[in-house]
Design a protein around this ligand. Structure first.
Ligand code: GLY
Ligand code: MN
Ligand code: MN
Length: 424
């Protein structure tokens, strides 16, 4: 920051219905910088000659703590969260203008929590009044994302360790769900299996609503109702990841609920698997996420022409986006505290080179609409996405989710083992 003052608000609590709130999950930027997971908290980081961190928190309160559990309090904010000064949140209105005063630059991200924006504007106006006779108040407003999100884009060793743990728990969850799956099972039963493993293993929560799509539901990209009964012969697509220590895994696997892929399912699956490998091969420091996307897209388009789903020639099919009805999303995104993590992937209108410490997903897919009459009936309703989590390294990449089975024969062997152990 050099000089300036940065202000971050915690996520407010959100009402779900009447007096029930959504489970609380701290704002990622706020947690990244404070490690504090309580609502009604504000951090003020003053840079310059005398840098200091000021935290405003809910004060200890014997009566409220009987209902809601212990609070960090003013003392804990100093002792456990690195604050130089801490105050009860009730004092924010009085103290924030003083903290803004004297700085030229204010780092703040408007538009995330509108009611926080109002409080900040109020404090800024007050600080101008205070500075009228003596001193100054901020005149340069800078989006805090410009520094915080840039920092979050490159993961530290500790962050990568948390991601590895999230991915390991997610591996166990995907395996448990596969082993549980049977023709006739409901998608929500498999979702329950995932959540059971997440929580049993110490994960706080799912990183996003688990997607369990059987049969044609596998072609719905964000199918989260998970209320269908899987039929014999269906593929099941599971896109699920847990959050561990505030870091998200994001993994997709697809398997045949009856244990064996049909010839058509095999064929589509293999194309997606090869497209994923093509994307992996394009990853290196210096290459961009666009390069990985282009590699996956090229392979999928080439193969869609090959099996007669779309018309060639390849270059024309690519430029006219003829693949779009079958592959309509990007091949990946940054991954971190947010499942679609922060960080720019373009700078000055150009794709941004990957760097060591960046984590991305690679997740090509092919989705054949159930009512697509341009393809033979046996292909309709097939949806395949294969998603892994990739750490960019000095020399290339590491697939952090490598150990979650995805080979065709490997998956069939796993399902055969599951059928056998349940028959016993
Ligand atoms: N689960 C959302 C995604 O894969 O991006
Ligand atoms: Mn996913
Ligand atoms: Mn993803």
């Amino acid at each position: 920051m050099g000089e300036g003052v940065l202000v971050l608000f915690s996520t407010p609590e959100f009402i779900r219905n009447n007096d029930v709130t959504h489970p609380y999950r701290q704002d990622s930027d706020f947690f990244y910088l404070t490690g504090l997971d309580e609502p009604e908290s504000v951090m003020v980081l003053s840079a310059g000659e005398h840098p200091q961190l000021t935290l405003f928190v809910r004060p200890r309160n014997k009566e409220r703590e009987i209902w809601d559990g212990p609070r960090t309090g003013v003392e804990g904010a100093v002792a456990a969260h690195g604050a130089n000064n801490a105050y009860p949140i009730e004092e924010l209105g009085k103290r924030l203008p003083e903290l803004l005063k004297g700085h030229e630059k204010l780092y703040y991200r408007f538009g995330v929590y509108p009611e926080c924006d109002q409080r900040l504007i109020g404090a800024l106006v007050r600080s101008r009044a205070l500075a009228r006779r003596k001193g100054r108040s901020p005149t340069h407003l800078i989006d805090s994302a410009a520094i915080v999100h840039e920092q979050r884009r490159i993961k530290s060793g500790g962050e990568i360790a948390s991601l590895r743990q999230a991915i390991e728990i997610t591996r166990q969850a995907h395996l448990a769900a596969m082993l549980k799956a049977r023709p006739g099972c409901f998608e929500y039963e498999l979702e329950a299996e995932l959540l059971a493993v997440f929580r049993r293993s110490g994960s706080e929560r799912a990183a996003y609503s688990s997607i369990v799509g059987s049969g044609p539901n596998a072609t719905i990209l964000h199918h989260i109702r998970n209320d269908r009964q899987a039929q014999a012969g269906d593929l099941v697509l599971i896109d699920a990841g847990c959050e561990f220590d505030y870091y998200a895994a994001d993994i997709t696997r697809v398997f045949p609920v009856s244990g064996k892929f049909t010839a058509e399912q095999r064929q589509i699956y293999q194309i997606v698997l090869d497209a994923q490998q093509a994307a992996f091969d394009a990853i290196a420091p210096g290459a961009s996420q666009d390069d990985a996307h282009a590699a996956a897209l090229r392979h999928i388009t080439e193969q869609l022409i090959e099996i007669g789903f779309i018309q060639g020639p390849l270059e024309l099919a690519l430029s006219e986006e003829r693949y779009k009805p079958y592959f309509m999303h990007r091949t990946g995104h940054y991954l971190g505290m947010d499942v679609h993590d922060v960080g720019l992937d373009q700078t000055m209108g150009k794709p941004r080179p990957l760097e060591p410490g960046v984590v991305i997903t690679i997740e090509p897919g092919i989705y054949i609409a159930v009512d697509n009459e341009q393809v033979p009936a046996a292909y309709r309703g097939i949806g395949v996405r294969i998603e892994d989590d990739i750490l960019v390294t000095e020399t290339g990449y590491e697939n952090l989710s490598q150990s979650i089975p995805k080979g065709l024969d490997e998956i069939e062997a796993l399902m055969a083992g599951a059928a056998q152990s349940s028959a016993r």
